[in-house]
Design a protein around this ligand. Structure first.
Ligand SMILES: Cc1ncc(COP(=O)(O)O)c(C=O)c1O
Length: 396
């Protein structure tokens, strides 16, 4: 069989290999502490489930408009506009089966082969995969570790910007858990306007925060007309498997994204969209989710603090931690952070991703990092797992 050559350019989420290793270890009768999963083990709020069942009973099981049902597009325009201080209408909204499709549709709509695309590295791996697949020129930008988390290397971004036509920006960042200061975001907006860049603002975690408020770069002066927002129900309402999200875009871009929808999936499942309308009408079920995630964050931060040679800031958003494990890896005598991860699973059952699952690392990166997700693991398991990790690292 001869497969299409372009598939050689398509990446994937290599973190799935970590799941496989954890499952294999568990299948051999071992206890696993799953910090590798970006999924949520909490139920979708009941009113959303009931709305979906009612929609099915009501016969909302056929095709519907490619851009989404008007009721949901209007509700999203209202909700997203209010949350971000933007004036949006249903015409700006194109419903998608999840947030992830917005990445490929942004690239397909706005990038020509050879165009430079700035994107975060470490970052969500699908950016790099889609840029490569559609023949773009990858321009990864890096982050510095700071006492309170991570900050974008603005100097590098300014240097690369003249080669770029597009910019991917993920504030409330996976895997780093960090967020821009107002100054950093303003500078990114300034770079985007100065170099006339189209921007993908990945706001998958916009509402996933424990204090403070989120700001969208699209709401800064001159940005609405050059920005596509990735919005998703996945995290906010614990709806990862439902596949519901949308692109928020200037109308001419939204129209083209809707055309791609027609070609790709025809429409997003009608009864799932009806449930989305209910989620926005009564979002109260989302609040307990954040309370539980904050408990887990606090448990994970406390647990990590007891692991020798590991340091980690306390993020106020997302459900990810990105601890620096350089000293621990050295103390244990490992050559790489991947070896550290493999041996940690074997000795303690603690399973996590490493920096290498989030874009190609530069050869000159000296520090070693791992990523812990606490969305799929209970407080008790967090405490138990991290105390085993602390004992193992401490024994070195
Ligand atoms: C930064 C980021 N963007 C997009 C997505 C995709 O979200 P969805 O599950 O809604 O497709 C994720 C999922 O983990 C993510 O972390």
């Amino acid at each position: 069989m001869q497969l299409a050559q372009r598939l050689e350019q398509l990446g994937t989420e290599t973190a799935f290999a970590v799941s496989q290793a954890a499952n294999d270890w568990a299948a051999r009768g071992n206890r696993v502490y799953p910090f590798h999963l970006g999924d949520i083990d909490l139920p979708t709020p009941g009113n959303i489930v009931e709305a979906m069942n009612a929609a099915i009973a009501d016969g909302k099981t056929g095709y519907c408009p490619a851009a989404g049902i008007p009721l949901l597009r209007d509700a999203l325009a209202d909700d997203i506009g209010r949350g971000r201080g933007m004036d949006l209408s249903g015409a700006n909204i194109v419903v998608q089966p999840g947030g992830k499709p917005v990445i490929t549709k942004f690239i397909q709509t706005l990038m020509n082969p050879g165009d430079g695309v700035l994107y975060p590295n470490p970052g969500y791996p699908i950016y790099e995969s889609q840029i490569d697949y559609y023949g773009g020129r990858p321009l990864p930008y890096r982050y510095h570790e700071t006492p309170s988390g991570f900050a974008i290397d603005l100097e590098q971004l300014r240097e690369l910007a003249p080669q770029a036509r597009l910019l991917v920006y993920n504030n409330l960042q996976n895997p780093l858990g960090c967020e821009s200061t107002p100054e950093e975001m303003a500078e990114i907006a300034r770079i985007a306007t100065q170099h006339d860049l189209m921007v993908l603002s990945d706001e998958a975690y916009f509402e996933m925060r424990y204090s403070g408020t989120s700001t969208s770069i699209a709401s800064l002066p001159g940005m609405a007309e050059r920005t596509v927002i990735l919005y998703t129900f996945s995290k906010k309402f614990a709806m990862t498997g439902w596949r519901l999200g949308c692109a928020v875009a200037p109308v001419p871009v939204a129209e083209q994204i809707a055309k791609i929808n027609t070609n790709d999936e025809s429409c997003t499942t009608h009864f799932v969209q009806a449930a989305g309308v209910e989620a926005l009408r009564d979002p109260s079920g989302a609040a307990p989710l954040l309370v539980e995630l904050e408990r887990r964050r606090d448990a994970a931060i406390a647990g990590l603090a007891a692991v020798p040679g590991v340091s980690c800031a306390t993020p106020e958003a997302t459900f990810y931690l990105f601890p620096n494990v350089t000293v621990a890896v050295d103390q244990l005598g490992f050559d790489s952070v991947s070896e550290f991860a493999t041996e940690a699973l074997r000795h303690t059952g603690v399973s996590f991703c490493t920096r290498h699952h989030f874009g190609t690392a530069r050869p000159d990166e000296g520090e070693r990092y791992i990523r812990l997700a606490y969305s799929g693991i209970s407080v008790d398991a967090i405490e138990e797992g991290l105390s085993k990790l602390a004992a193992w690292v401490g024994s070195a």
